[in-house]
Design a protein around this ligand. Structure first.
Ligand code: ADP
Length: 269
């Protein structure tokens, strides 16, 4: 059997997806990035191969993507995360819905990508200047509220009142705003819901720059947060599609591309 890997070296996490000859997802792994990410990426790939009893020789082609892609020299090829995200999203939604717009919230940036009927990227917009509206912002909020980031969703759905307005446009100021809200006896639940709605409003502004075309797909780690999904859907007035493994969409796209490149290079052999 031959296998193909997509490695997405993000600012916060390394995501690896493995596909087989039929481009079916065999397995995936998510681990922390850190400053030595190229070392962790190699180690993580080895662990994933071991988990599925795959010999290194069976891994015939690797495509790297994401922020650290050029530093991962072991890859056969590297591609932009916009392209990989588009390929992965279309494949993950195949048979369920046709994707025309992608919202990606990563650790340190957020993106909106617009696709044509064939799945080609026609436009994209990105916010990487400010942490508000990114996973980092959610991490800082969770830390200030003494919660884990994967607990935010439960708190969101327990909010009773109107979500509080969080007006700061910068994570640093938002931090002091949240501390102020806590000091004024606001509930953690209402603060969390307020943070989700403030991120939702920001991301919708970004999506409007490329145009809102259905169906809308949401990926990246923060798409695991059901409360944030709820806030975006309410602000948009539309349902959005969340894949089974939202954080690995881009690595899955890179793995599919690894398969395509290998097939193309070995055509006729
Ligand atoms: P990057 O590609 O930039 O490294 P990711 O798409 O991996 O970013 O997203 C990382 C972010 O996802 C983290 O900063 C965190 O806020 C969020 N996240 C990760 N796991 C979860 C989870 N289980 N629930 C909610 N949010 C999560």
């Amino acid at each position: 059997m031959q296998y193909f890997a997509g490695i997405d070296i993000g600012s916060t996490a390394i995501k690896i997806a493995l596909v087989d000859e039929n481009r079916e997802l065999v397995g995936h792994k998510i681990s922390a990035s850190g400053s030595m990410f190229y070392k962790y990426a190699k180690q993580s790939l080895k662990e994933l191969l071991d988990e599925f009893n795959i010999d290194e020789k069976e891994l015939v082609y690797t495509v790297a993507t994401g922020y650290g892609r050029k530093l991962f020299k072991e890859a056969d090829e590297n591609i932009s995360e916009i392209t990989a995200n588009a390929i992965g999203a279309r494949a993950a939604a195949q048979g369920k819905c046709e994707i025309k717009t992608i919202i990606n919230i990563g650790g340190q940036d957020s993106k909106a990508i617009s696709l044509d009927n064939e799945g080609n990227v026609v436009n994209f917009a990105m916010n990487d200047r400010c942490a508000a509206g990114t996973g980092k912002f959610l991490d800082v909020v969770a830390m200030n509220l003494e919660l884990e980031v994967d607990e935010l969703s439960d708190y969101h759905f327990k909010s009773q009142g109107t979500p509080l307005a969080i007006n700061s446009t910068c994570a640093v100021f938002a931090e002091s705003e949240i501390i102020g809200l806590l000091g004024n006896d606001n509930s953690v639940e209402d603060i969390v819901a307020g943070v989700h709605y403030s991120i939702a409003k920001r991301i919708i502004k970004l999506v409007k720059r490329v145009g809102i075309k259905e169906n809308i797909y949401f990926d990246g780690g923060p798409a695991l947060n059901g409360g944030l999904v709820h806030a975006i859907e309410n602000e948009l007035g539309k349902k959005i599609f969340i894949p089974e493994f939202p954080q690995i969409t881009t690595s899955y796209g890179a793995a599919i591309l690894a398969n395509e490149s290998y097939m193309y290079e070995n055509e006729g052999n």
